[in-house]
Every structure is written in structure tokens, then in C-alpha cells.
Write a protein that binds this ligand. Structure first.
Ligand code: GLV
Ligand code: MN
Ligand code: MN
Length: 417
């Protein structure tokens, strides 16, 4: 068998990003939400690629693709499992690298590991859901592997009124088997994720890679403003209860507060107007609210302030305002000891060490309560992500692969870990 070659492995990763980037639920762009039709294809390719790289692979009950390489010490006391993962779902009109790149690099790291003696076992996981697009809350795949999948989530509905439970069954998965997706947490040595940065910091530093120090917390909510649908031509302006004008005022308040608060990012990314006709005054508006800050206190106080503002605005306009909390995720620090090993691998690769915080959420956050976690970012040219223009530089991907290999093989070979 040919020996592992970083340049060849990098080319394979980038070619496969293109292949998976063409598997979309929409014809002219990349949109691949949780358990959408093209996921079947993605899963079979990943199973095939994992097996070809020397892993034993299977699909779990939430649609995660799992590949395992047993270490020589497997089953003995003192031997554990190290997980390398990222996700395969996308936002609407996505780029081809968010999530996928980390999964494919994980497979190449495993291929390298399969050619050497390893003490601990390695599991590569392609999480089925991380973005939170379909059901309004993220991390469904990684939550199942960490035993934090809440059975109440099965009743959540998507935009078409399909429950999470139905979506699993329609896809051919059995929700009753979700508890079996849980890893042996007692044996978990750590979690590592490689991901594109999705922002401009590394590019501005002229650096291919970044070591992540921590991830910001996030609150995700749905607000519904309720007014009265009425005729656009016959209802005088002073007699309207227009849900959209109320919602519009709120959207501007969100921007105003975030601009006035250092480090706060707050976004209304989705707005649904009902009944949605040009000659009908909007009777109801549903909108999403995403609030992030490195400090949980600032995030929670800001979120509460925004909700108070929403209620106040609604009252002044005679609207109803209902609020649903979809996600409350605390900020997460990366593990100092594991991260310093990662720093060692960056230095070993002859690269400078740049440290940065992540403004994006990652599956890493779900593993953090259970084991040491670490993350490596790859420069995002133009700082662009969640956009089809998202891209990577081939030489950066090769650097990430070399550093990732050094780091993971170091952890897997460590008998004292
Ligand atoms: C995931 O991409 C997020 O929204 O942070
Ligand atoms: Mn994303
Ligand atoms: Mn991602």
C-alpha cells in the first residue's frame, strides 16, 4: 500500500469538498440541512472513504457517520478514545468547507494513524447536524454522541410541521436507538476539531492557522409578533395592527444594542411574514434572534434587554409578542493542557502560533463538559463564510493536515494520557 503523503492527502480532501459540495437539496447552490435527501449520498460516500482509509465505519441513529480505528491498547485499562470531528450539514446557500473540511481532514489523519502503531483508539465523526437550520436549534448530532440528546426534542417541528421524530423515521433511522449513539464517556480522552475560521483575523495576521482559546456563548430564540391581517387598500393607517412594522422596529433595536455593546453580535437572520401577500397588512411575523458574546453575563443581560424592548414595542402598537427559547449555550474555554500540545504541533510544523477566540459555535462545545477539547482554525480568505464564496488555500489545508497529524498521533501514542 502507498505510504501516506500530505500533498496527495490534501488534494484528496479538496477534491472531496467539491464532490460533497455538489450534493444539495437545491439545484443551483449548496443547501443541505439535517436529514435532507442528499444526506443519504453524503453518508454513503463518507462510509466508503472511512473504510478505504482503514476505519471500521457505521451510521448511528441520528445520522452521524462514525469511523473507528482501534488502538493497540484497546480494551485495556489506561487506554481511551480520542475523537476528531466536525459536521456535514450546511446553512442555506452555503460554502463547501464549513464543517466538511474538518471531517475530511479527520479521515486523512486517521489514514496516517492506520499506518503507525497507536495505543489509544481514534474515532472520526461526521456529525449530521450542527447548524440549527432545520429545527431552529443546533448540535443534534454531537449531543447524541455525548448522551445529551433530550428526548423532548423529538417533538420539535421544522418549517413544514414535520417533527424531528418523523424526520428520523422518514430517513430510515430509529429514534429509539439514539441512546446507543452515546460514546463511552469514561474512556473519552479528548475531542479535536479542525474548522475554517469563518472570519478575517488570520488573514489580517497573514497566518495560515490559528489555535482556538475558547468559543463564545450563544442564545437563539424565536419571537412572534401578532397583529391583525387586514385589507391594504381599505384599512386606514391609524387603525392597523401591522405585525411587520413592529418587527421592523425591533430588528433595528437589535442592531443598535449590538453596535453599542463591545463584543456583542446580535442578528435577526430569518423573518417570516404571514399571510405574506402584497395587498394584506401582515397579521403575524416570526423572526429568529441570535445573540453571542464571549461573556455569558453580557450575553444574557443583552438578550433580556432585547426581549424587554420587544415586549414594549409590541405593547405600544397593540401587538402580541411571544418568545420561544431554542438554545442557551454557555461560552466554552478550550482545554489548556490539550491546547498546549496543539501549540507544540504548530511549532513542530515551523509555523507561528496565533491564538484566537471563536465567534462561531462548533460541536466542540458539546464535548467540552465531558472531556478536554481543542480546535485548530484554517485561514478563511476574505474572512467570508456562510456564503458560497467561502474558500480555503491549498497550502493552508496542507499545513492544517500536517499539524493535525502531528497532534493527533502524539495524543494517540501517549501511554500516560
Ligand atoms: C455555526 O455555524 C454557527 O452559527 O456558529
Ligand atoms: Mn456554519
Ligand atoms: Mn461549522
Amino acid at each position: 500500500m502507498a505510504r501516506w503523503d500530505a500533498e496527495e492527502a490534501t488534494r484528496r480532501v479538496l477534491e472531496r469538498c467539491e464532490t460533497l459540495g455538489a450534493l444539495s437539496e437545491t439545484p443551483n447552490n449548496l443547501t443541505r440541512t439535517f436529514l435532507s435527501r442528499p444526506m443519504h449520498n453524503v453518508q454513503s460516500l463518507l462510509l466508503e472513504w472511512m473504510r478505504e482509509a482503514g476505519l471500521s465505519a457505521h451510521l448511528d441513529a441520528v445520522g452521524n457517520v462514525r469511523g473507528r480505528l482501534e488502538g493497540a491498547g484497546s480494551g485495556n485499562p489506561g487506554s481511551g478514545i480520542f475523537v476528531v470531528g466536525s459536521h456535514v450539514d450546511t446553512v442555506p446557500d452555503a460554502g463547501k468547507f464549513d464543517g466538511i473540511l474538518g471531517v475530511l481532514l479527520g479521515i486523512e489523519i486517521a489514514r496516517a494513524a492506520s499506518e503507525t502503531e497507536i495505543h489509544h483508539s481514534l474515532e472520526v465523526i461526521a456529525f449530521s447536524e450542527e447548524e440549527g437550520v432545520r429545527f431552529g436549534f443546533p448540535f443534534i448530532g454531537s449531543s447524541a454522541t455525548c448522551g445529551s440528546f433530550d428526548p423532548a426534542w423529538l417533538a420539535r417541528i421544522d418549517a413544514n410541521g414535520i417533527t424531528l421524530e418523523e424526520s428520523l423515521r422518514n430517513f430510515g433511522l430509529n429514534p429509539l436507538e439514539i441512546p446507543n449513539a452515546k460514546l463511552d464517556l469514561a474512556a473519552l480522552l479528548g475531542y479535536f476539531e479542525i474548522h475554517i475560521e469563518q472570519g478575517p483575523i488570520l488573514e489580517n495576521l497573514d497566518s495560515p492557522l490559528g489555535v482556538v482559546t475558547g468559543l463564545v456563548g450563544q442564545s437563539r430564540l424565536t419571537l412572534e409578533f401578532g397583529g391583525r391581517a387586514a385589507h391594504a387598500g381599505t384599512t386606514p393607517m391609524n387603525l392597523r395592527r401591522d405585525a411587520l412594522t413592529g418587527a421592523a422596529e425591533f430588528v433595528l433595536e437589535v442592531e443598535k444594542l449590538a453596535r453599542a455593546t463591545e463584543g456583542l453580535n446580535a442578528t435577526v437572520g430569518r423573518l417570516e411574514t404571514l399571510p405574506g401577500a402584497g395587498n394584506v397588512i401582515p397579521g403575524a411575523v416570526k423572526l429568529s434572534l441570535d445573540v453571542r458574546h464571549a461573556s455569558d453575563v453580557v450575553r444574557l443581560l443583552s438578550t433580556n434587554k432585547l426581549l424587554e424592548l420587544a415586549r414594549g414595542l409590541a405593547e405600544l402598537r397593540g401587538l402580541k409578542c411571544s418568545i420561544t427559547q431554542n438554545l442557551e449555550q454557555s461560552a466554552v474555554p478550550c482545554d489548556p493542557a490539550l491546547t498546549s500540545r496543539l501549540v507544540g504541533a504548530v511549532l513542530h510544523g515551523g509555523l507561528s502560533v496565533q491564538r484566537l477566540n471563536s465567534g462561531a459555535g462548533h460541536d466542540t462545545m458539546i464535548f467540552a463538559p465531558h472531556c478536554p477539547v481543542s480546535m485548530l482554525f484554517v485561514r478563511s480568505p476574505g474572512g467570508i463564510s456562510h456564503n458560497p464564496l467561502e474558500t480555503v488555500l491549498e497550502s493552508d489545508v496542507e499545513d492544517a493536515l500536517e499539524v493535525g497529524c502531528t497532534f493527533v498521533l502524539d495524543v494517540l501514542g501517549d501511554h500516560s494520557a
